[in-house]
Design a protein around this ligand. Structure first.
Ligand code: ISL
Length: 550
């Protein structure tokens, strides 16, 4: 037995509601659709659902632009349906985490309507207003400053112009956010995934970035103070039941140790971005670069080691902002896709940390070969396309980047069955279904013990049952091997050796290859270990200590 927090053996499943399941035929997923699919989550065995935003929103950024933090958007359903969802999940022993988007609101939020109404409105200072813009460039292209005719000043928006940034320097803003969070906990939710939460503290006064917006807005001077205050005001006393994860792009291991050290009482874990930045060049995400396995392995291993003594890792390949894992890190060729998806799952889920599964990942869903801009819905891709083409880029190159990295890859409807619109909707989906749904869908997998789905279910169960998987120390082996991902997990006398082949070719490993394992009970067990993990067999690697060499 250990006194480790419950989430050290838990797996979280992310639902992007717009694309999960549609119950009313309007082509957009909704709460009714989720409620109708709870059995899928129960069979998978996940412990927590993280629900992307379902609050009232003009949907400029698919709900990450919130106009009322405490009301459900009618497009997603009724208030009672959210309560029914909470109850339905809890009956199945599954917790619910809400998305918390408080770096910015919608420009249609009451707070912003008041703030923009006059220069002396009491909420004027809840947002960032200036006479002159700084030189900052938005994550969604263009200036971060929008001129507001009515009062003759500019307001700040790090994301779209419909997502004005809140001014966290103002204590009234913080109190309003904390009160809203407490009401959500009282309503029965079990924690928060905090959207770009490391952007809430800016360097003041705001100043030109000279190309380094990072230094002005990420992990700012008061970020730890704000998070600790939030913990005290919202979580204290009930934290043992909850789970909190801060989305923190651009954070280093050193910063993550501070954010996740339980003694500091900030958040339980963060989403770091290093491993999803490895296939980008110096110009950012659209600047495509090949991915080298040794760098990917080293990246995750550094985070494992960095948070071994203090703090905790989240583990993810996918979310609603990232391309599909099997297309990006694996091999989505029809002949290899299933084995590759299982291998990626095995590797990630046998690291130490809390795994996050993004809807459809458990089915091995793939990227989409978007034909043209008409197929794209995401504001980030649409703005990027317009700007790049205007600046003289070849449209074919721009489209190639969007195909590889565009967020819509993750946002096509979940493929439930081989029927019309993959069983997602009886109407016209808001974004086209991936044409491979007749091949890849849940109905074809849930009863098949060899499926990607069944493999995920075994990995999730293994983390519950096996303390070495949940808590064991991590050590990377064969760091320079180009195709094998090998590591060892250790807890007391128990050792787990993980060998995965990320290539199409069979690999032979000898004892000598693994000799650097060393230590008590070293792996002198098998003369030749044939590591064809791409056959996707049992997730629990064989235990070689019983076949030690004489
Ligand atoms: O996806 C990204 C770039 O392609 C990231 O920069 C992303 O915008 C960043 O991780 C922040 O993401 C979060 O906040 C955004 C929202 O659009 C994303 O969907 C959300 O996950 C603004 O709220």
């Amino acid at each position: 037995a250990s006194d480790a927090p419950w989430w050290t053996s838990a797996t979280v499943y992310q639902i992007y509601p717009r694309s999960f399941a549609d119950s009313d035929g309007d082509g957009m997923g909704d709460l009714g659709g989720i409620i109708a699919r709870l059995d899928h989550l129960e069979r998978l065995g996940v412990d927590v659902v993280w629900l992307s935003p379902i609050y009232r929103s003009p949907q400029d950024d698919n709900g990450y632009d919130i106009s009322d933090y405490e009301r459900i958007d009618p497009a997603f359903g009724a208030e009672e349906q959210l309560d029914a969802l909470i109850a339905g999940l809890h009956e199945r022993g599954i917790k619910l985490v809400m998305d918390l988007v408080v770096n910015h609101t919608s420009d249609e939020h009451e707070w912003f309507l008041e703030s923009r109404s006059s220069r002396d409105n009491p909420k004027r200072d809840w947002y960032w207003w200036r006479d002159q813009p700084t030189d900052w460039v938005s994550f969604f292209s263009g200036s971060t400053w929008e001129f507001d005719q009515a009062t003759g000043q500019y307001y700040l928006h790090l994301f779209s112009r419909k997502q004005p940034d809140l001014n966290w320097e103002n204590p009234q803003v913080r109190e309003a956010v904390y009160a809203m969070m407490r009401r959500w906990l009282d309503r029965g939710v079990d924690g928060f995934r905090m959207d770009v939460i490391n952007l809430i503290s800016k360097v003041v006064p705001l100043q030109d970035a000279h190309g380094d917006l990072f230094a002005q807005t990420f992990n700012g001077p008061r970020i730890h103070e704000f998070l600790h205050e939030m913990h005290r005001e919202v979580f204290a006393g009930r934290e043992a039941q909850l789970i909190t994860v801060g989305e923190m792009p651009g954070s280093t291991i050193e910063q993550a140790r501070l954010y996740t050290d339980p003694a500091r009482a900030e958040v339980d874990m963060i989403f770091q971005f290093e491993h999803v930045d490895l296939d980008s060049g110096p110009l950012g995400k659209w600047d495509l670069r090949p991915l080298h396995l040794p760098r990917l392995k080293a990246c995750l291993a550094r985070w494992q080691e960095g948070l071994a003594e203090v703090g905790w890792n989240s583990l993810y390949w996918d979310n609603h902002d990232q391309p599909r894992a099997v297309s990006r890190f694996g091999d989505d060729d029809p002949e290899w896709r299933e084995r590759s998806a299982k291998t990626l799952a095995t590797v990630l889920h046998l690291h130490r940390g809390t795994p996050y599964v993004y809807q459809g990942e458990e089915l091995g869903m793939t990227n989409v070969a978007f034909g043209s801009l008409d197929d794209i819905r995401d504001i980030e891709s649409i703005n990027y396309y317009a700007e790049a083409v205007r600046d003289g880029a070849d449209p074919a190159d721009v489209l190639r980047s969007i195909r590889a990295k565009g967020r819509d890859n993750a946002r096509t409807p979940v493929q439930w069955d081989a029927g019309p619109q993959a069983g997602f909707t009886t109407g016209e989906p808001w974004i086209a279904v991936n044409p491979n749904f007749t091949e890849i869908n849940a109905a074809a997998q849930v009863d098949d013990p060899d499926s990607v789905f069944a493999h995920y279910a075994r990995l999730i169960a293994l983390r519950h049952d096996d303390a070495t998987v949940a808590l064991g120390e991590f050590r990377l082996l064969l760091p320079d091997h180009e195709t094998v991902w090998a590591f060892i997990r250790t807890r007391g006398d128990d050792q787990l050796l993980v060998l995965a082949n990320l290539s199409r070719e069979a690999v032979e490993l000898t004892v000598a290859d693994l000799a650097d394992v060393g230590g008590p009970g070293s792996w002198l067990g098998a003369e030749v270990i044939s590591a064809t993990a791409t056959d996707g067999g049992m997730p629990r690697a064989p235990r070689f200590e019983s076949t030690r060499l004489d």
